[in-house]
Design a protein around this ligand. Structure first.
Ligand SMILES: [Zn+2]
Length: 576
């Protein structure tokens, strides 16, 4: 929420507090009575919920991830060996194998040939005294994936953090950058619990929005901005998730962040993009541009602002999400001198592009995403409710989504794909972020869709995996001035791995928990192949199928509870 709207928002919250609808938020506020209203507003913003949400059940609260049970994940072991695998190392190098990967505790200690392709694997391969072995014969091993744009949810979508964490791990995501994951308090706590492997969750990197967490109120001056960044650095924050703040604030935040080794990423929201587009932000030191906001506005041909229709109201989400796609033909043409100069300047400045293609994909075909194969088994009914058309749930902007709207989005994607692929081609760094939990994108599944959409944009699958692994790791480590600790399968690095029994270069769909549909010519029946088999984080081997069974149980439980409720009662699922 831009600060200039704070006063209005404050008024809205106070007004809402006087209405019965405020019940659930009121409870939340009560719990946090010791905090200032500003903090409270910021926490709401953290959860990407600026307004009370539909479907919120009374008393529903954020449920922290439970402690890891002894039967969840095996290891870490003094010596763990993954045998006979094909290796995709994440650097962009070609697959090779068979190899044995030796892991000691949580580090990869050796990667050694296991034989010659086409011949039987060598017998009696070292080490012979491993504490645990994974037979990965014929399977593919990749570095754990890095999701650079996540939020963990919370009520009313998914009250339990465990839900998102397990879906991420089951899709090979071993590191998430929360932008933010949740409140600073919760993010710091779960980052620590995950680092100690006390919970079943990916590695957590904690980016937070300006002003979050402290008690000194809104930030209106560059001095206050710098003071907050110093506070953040001392309070467990790894980097800044920025909006399109006004130039002097943006410059102060980024300059101070750089001094303190904090990273930065920005969603250059439409409210402020007229004075802080992507190239202006990069010039004052922004690390990563996430989504597309700010790119198109930097390339406008006939205007300095988007030529909005006269009846535009950006607080109306159908206006907001519908109109942005209309930018596709308002800019300098792909391949034009201005287009090239734009990308070249970003390359020189070292800007990272984190497109999050998937999160807007329902805009080009809402029926496809609403009916995705995985919703029935893996999307919580409360999350499905949150996606359904609603004026007060963020990203549920299908008030009347027309053929015109979908075509605008399809056209928009063609230009956006070209922008990102052209940047890759000239050597620019692209990463993978999902932003799941909104707009029909369920955790984990949205991330794999992101990989598919990078391929659609023109990336070779090896470039897709480079973006998904090494590029993410570099982007997280560079601000700290440290070499990568994960993101590549290399001796000496942490043992974060994905193991899948199909060739993911041939078909990225095998990485979805629901696998890929394939006709079995022997039986004449269709089967589902793939789905990640194991995800290894910090040398701990998680059975991805077991993680998914846990998620399916959570979904089933909620469905059962709903059937017990009276028809039309709270929690019934309706397509509004
Ligand atoms: Zn987001």
């Amino acid at each position: 929420m831009p600060r200039k709207l704070l006063v209005i928002a404050l008024g809205m919250v106070l007004a809402l507090m006087l209405t019965p609808n405020f019940k659930s938020l009121g409870a939340l506020a009560e719990q946090r009575a010791s905090k200032t209203l500003f903090q409270y507003l910021d926490e709401l913003e953290n959860l990407d919920t600026a307004a009370p949400q539909q479907g919120q059940q009374q008393g529903q609260q954020l449920v922290n991830a439970p402690s890891r049970r002894t039967d969840e994940g095996k290891g870490p072991y003094k010596t763990l060996v993954i045998r006979g695998a094909m290796l995709i190392d994440g650097t962009g190098g070609p697959p090779r194998g068979p190899v044995d990967i030796v892991i000691e505790n949580n580090r990869i200690s050796r990667i050694q040939g296991a034989g010659t392709p086409g011949l039987a694997m060598r017998q009696n391969r070292q080490p012979r005294n491993a504490d645990y072995e994974v037979d990965a014969t014929g399977m593919y091993v990749l570095p754990g994936f890095v999701d650079m744009h996540v939020h963990a949810g919370g009520p009313p979508k998914n009250a339990e953090m465990e839900y998102a964490y397990k879906l991420w791990l089951a899709h090979g995501v071993t590191t998430v950058r929360g932008v933010p994951l949740g409140s600073n308090e919760m993010s710091v706590k779960d980052k620590e619990r995950s680092a100690k492997n006390e919970i079943v969750a990916p590695r957590i990197v904690n980016y937070q929005r300006m002003g979050v967490g402290w008690n000194k109120g809104p930030i209106n001056t560059p001095e206050a901005a710098r003071e907050w960044v110093r506070w953040a650095a001392n309070n467990g924050v790894d980097g800044l998730k920025l909006g399109s703040h006004r130039p002097e604030i943006m410059a102060a935040l980024l300059d101070e962040a750089k001094k303190l080794g904090l990273g930065s990423t920005a969603h250059l929201d439409q409210g402020g993009v007229a004075q802080m587009n992507a190239i202006k932000a990069a010039r004052v030191g922004l690390g990563t541009v996430t989504h597309f906001y700010g790119h198109f506005e930097s390339l406008l041909k006939d205007y300095v602002v988007q030529p909005w229709p006269m009846e535009q109201n950006n607080s109306n989400e159908q206006d907001r999400f519908g109109q942005v796609a209309r930018l596709w033909d308002k800019i300098y043409e792909p391949g034009s001198p201005q287009w090239k100069a734009y990308l070249e300047e970003h390359l020189k400045l070292g800007t990272v592009f984190d497109p999050t293609f998937n999160i807007y994909s329902a805009g080009r075909d809402v029926m496809r995403m609403r009916n995705a194969d995985w919703h029935d088994k893996y999307t919580l009914p409360t999350l499905m409710d949150f996606y359904a058309p609603s004026r007060d749930a963020h990203g549920a902007y299908w008030y009347y989504w027309t053929t015109h709207d979908e075509i605008a989005w399809r056209n928009f994607y063609q230009v956006w794909f070209k922008l990102v692929n052209d940047y890759k081609k000239m050597g620019g760094r692209v990463t993978t972020g999902s932003d799941s939990g909104f707009i029909y994108q369920t955790y984990g599944f949205g991330y794999i869709l992101e990989l598919e959409m990078l391929q659609e944009a023109g990336f070779h699958p090896l470039e897709v995996f480079q973006a998904a692994t090494m590029n993410g790791a570099l982007t997280l480590h560079e601000p700290k001035g440290k070499p990568i600790e994960f993101g590549v399968v290399r001796e000496g690095l942490l043992a974060d791995l994905v193991i899948v029994d199909q060739n993911p270069l041939e078909n990225l769909k095998v990485l979805y928990a629901t696998g890929a549909v394939k006709l079995n010519d022997k039986t004449g029946k269709t089967e589902r192949v793939g789905g990640i088999r194991w995800t290894v984080k910090d040398g701990i081997v998680y059975d991805a199928k077991q993680l998914l069974a846990d998620v399916a149980r959570m979904v089933e439980k909620q469905k059962q509870e709903r059937t017990k409720m009276p028809a039309g009662g709270q929690g019934s699922r309706t397509e509004k």
